[in-house]
Each structure stands twice: as structure tokens, then as C-alpha cells.
Design a protein around this ligand. Structure first.
Ligand SMILES: Nc1ncnc2c1ncn2[C@@H]1O[C@H](COP(=O)(O)OP(=O)(O)OP(=O)(O)O)[C@@H](O)[C@H]1O
Ligand SMILES: O=P(O)(O)OC[C@H]1O[C@H](OP(=O)(O)OP(=O)(O)O)[C@H](O)[C@@H]1O
Ligand SMILES: [Mg+2]
Length: 280
């Protein structure tokens, strides 16, 4: 039975369970459940703190787990990223009081607060910056105002938390993070390939839409260049032999631009539908 670690709390938890549900796995109904069997799929789910998931997977106690890339790298364990999952997208960055810092070298000898001390320390060491790292559990943005640090390294999404604390980002991003599936290096336990294929299916179904349209036969090459699909668009004959029907997967974010360009080219009856599930 494949043993899978899933975040039990925080910003990863709901999205991770939602993705597993879409992938056809059973998920808990009560947030207090710690373990859940899914006998139909031969998988056992363990609901754990996202920070601890890398530790369990690293030690081999559990086969795979979903966590944040930042949390995984911070844990510094023997595991590897198997798949990026496309949610909990954030950047890990330096920030300080407005106007005070502009680069990492200025952190020499200063105090830096973070919840990701492992990650931060190795970044600083690689760059030869000797700063004092102050480990805090959360609400790191308040640490400068409260006098325990001069600057911080923290998760930034919209930047509104930083702004509210009178801080601004500086320096290059330390890391681009998102939710990831991690596993033991070189090990492929039974059921893992199916899990990965199913999760990929969910990611693709979220990322793409299906586009259908009719176009005059002589314009099909130009239209296909706008909608090349993953392999090649499906072109089917219509009763009117001057026209063909085209079907192709299109990136969700490009949908309206492509519809406009197809319409300008002469395509009509352009229909967009969501992909419920897929195997690519
Ligand atoms: N605002 C956010 N936007 C996107 N991702 C975020 C955000 N805040 C945290 N994350 C990501 O979520 C993960 C942290 O999850 P975790 O559950 O430890 O923290 P949390 O959501 O802040 O919960 P807690 O309140 O327990 O600290 C990290 O991978 C981090 O990059
Ligand atoms: O850039 P933003 O969109 O403002 O989001 C980033 C904030 O979100 C997370 O905090 P969270 O709410 O999880 O609190 P915590 O720091 O106590 O974990 C993160 O630690 C940042 O503080
Ligand atoms: Mg947090």
C-alpha cells in the first residue's frame, strides 16, 4: 500500500486534498482525522504538518508527500521533487524597512528573522554573508518593528503583508516556491506511477481547455498554427466540403486571445469547454 503524506493545516492543506480528490482518491471529511485508508486505490493517507512531511519522507517512513518546495528545501533531507503541483505559488525573499537595504551584501553582521532558517542559512553561506539568523515560527514581518531583527526572509505572495508592516523586498528572490510532490531518491514504490500520472492529469485539466471551431478548408493550416495542441489538432470533415471542424487543447490563459485571432482569420462557431479529467 502506497503511504502518502498530506498537509493537515495551513495554506497547502485544502488545495492538496482538493487535488487528490480530483485525481480520484478518497480524502478525509473531518479535519481531525489523522490517517485515512483508500482501499480502492491501495493508498493510505497520513495528515501531517507540512513542515514535518519532508522529514517523514526523507527517513523513508512514508513513501511520498505533498509539501511546499521552500519547506522541503528548508528541511534538508534525503528526498527529491517528483512533480510540481501548481498551487501555493510564492516567492521566498528578503525584506526590510522601506529604503534601508538594497542588496544581500548589506546583511553582513545584521540580524535576519525567518521561519526557514535552514534554507536561509545555506543561501547566506553560499554567498559568504555572515548574518545572525533568528528563527521565528510565523508573523515574521513584525520582528523588525519589535526589535528582534534588522531584516527578514519570508514567503511573499501579493506583498500586502509586507506593505502593511512598512517593509519592502530587496535583492534577488531566494527561491520560487509552489506545492510539490516529494519522494525518496531512486525509489518507485507500487502505486507511485499511477499517482503521478493522475496528478499530471489534474494539472493538465486545470491548465488547458478544449477548443472547437469551424474554418474554411484553405485556412486550416493558418488556424492550426494558432492552435497546435499538444501533439496535433484533430481536423474533421463537415457536410459542407468547403469547411472543416478543428478540435485542439489550448492554454486556459490564452483562450480569449486565440479566440479573437481565430475569429479574425475567419473561424466560426468557436466553442470552449473545460477538460474534466485526462491522461496525457
Ligand atoms: N500567502 C501565501 N501564498 C502562497 N503560498 C503560501 C502563502 N503562505 C504560505 N504559503 C506556502 O505554504 C507553505 C507553508 O504552509 P504552512 O502550513 O507551514 O504555513 P501557513 O500556511 O503559514 O500555516 P501556519 O499558519 O500554520 O503557519 C509554504 O510552502 C509556503 O510557501
Ligand atoms: O504576500 P502576501 O500575499 O501578503 O502573503 C504572504 C504572507 O502569507 C503567509 O503568512 P501566513 O498568513 O501564513 O501567516 P504566518 O506568517 O503566521 O505563517 C506568509 O508567511 C506571509 O506572511
Ligand atoms: Mg504561515
Amino acid at each position: 500500500m502506497l503511504r502518502v503524506a498530506v498537509p493537515n493545516k495551513g495554506s497547502l492543506s485544502e488545495a492538496a486534498s482538493e487535488m487528490l480528490t480530483e485525481a480520484g482518491y478518497r480524502q478525509r471529511r473531518d479535519s481531525r482525522e489523522l490517517v485515512m485508508m483508500d482501499p480502492d486505490n491501495d493508498v493510505e493517507f497520513f495528515f501531517l504538518r507540512p513542515r514535518d512531511i519532508a522529514v517523514y519522507v526523507g527517513k523513508g517512513t512514508l513513501d511520498v508527500g505533498i509539501t511546499g518546495r521552500d519547506l522541503f528545501l528548508d528541511a534538508q533531507v534525503e528526498a527529491e521533487e517528483l512533480l510540481s503541483l501548481g498551487f501555493a505559488v510564492s516567492t521566498f525573499r528578503f525584506a526590510g524597512p522601506v529604503g534601508e537595504f538594497s542588496n544581500v551584501q548589506q546583511l553582513q553582521g545584521r540580524r535576519l528573522a525567518t521561519s526557514y532558517d535552514g534554507l536561509l542559512q545555506s543561501y547566506l553561506t553560499e554567498r559568504g554573508v555572515d548574518a545572525k539568523v533568528v528563527r521565528l515560527d510565523g508573523a515574521v514581518e513584525s520582528s523588525v518593528r519589535l526589535g528582534v531583527a534588522d531584516a527578514i526572509a519570508d514567503v511573499v505572495e501579493t506583498g500586502s503583508t509586507l506593505k502593511a508592516a512598512g517593509m519592502e523586498i530587496f535583492g534577488e528572490p531566494i527561491l520560487r516556491s509552489e506545492a510539490v510532490l516529494i519522494g525518496r531518491k531512486g525509489e518507485v514504490p507500487t502505486g507511485l506511477e499511477v499517482l503521478i500520472r493522475r496528478l499530471r492529469g489534474v494539472i493538465v485539466a486545470r491548465e488547458f481547455v478544449m477548443m472547437d471551431y469551424d474554418i474554411r478548408k484553405e485556412l486550416v493550416e493558418q488556424a492550426a498554427a494558432l492552435t497546435p495542441g499538444l501533439e496535433s489538432p484533430t481536423v474533421s470533415p463537415l457536410r459542407d466540403s468547403e469547411w472543416v471542424a478543428v478540435r485542439s487543447m489550448v492554454s486556459r490563459t490564452q483562450t480569449n486571445r486565440i479566440m479573437d485571432e481565430l475569429y479574425d482569420l475567419g473561424a466560426r462557431a468557436i466553442l470552449v469547454s473545460t477538460i474534466h479529467a485526462c491522461r496525457i
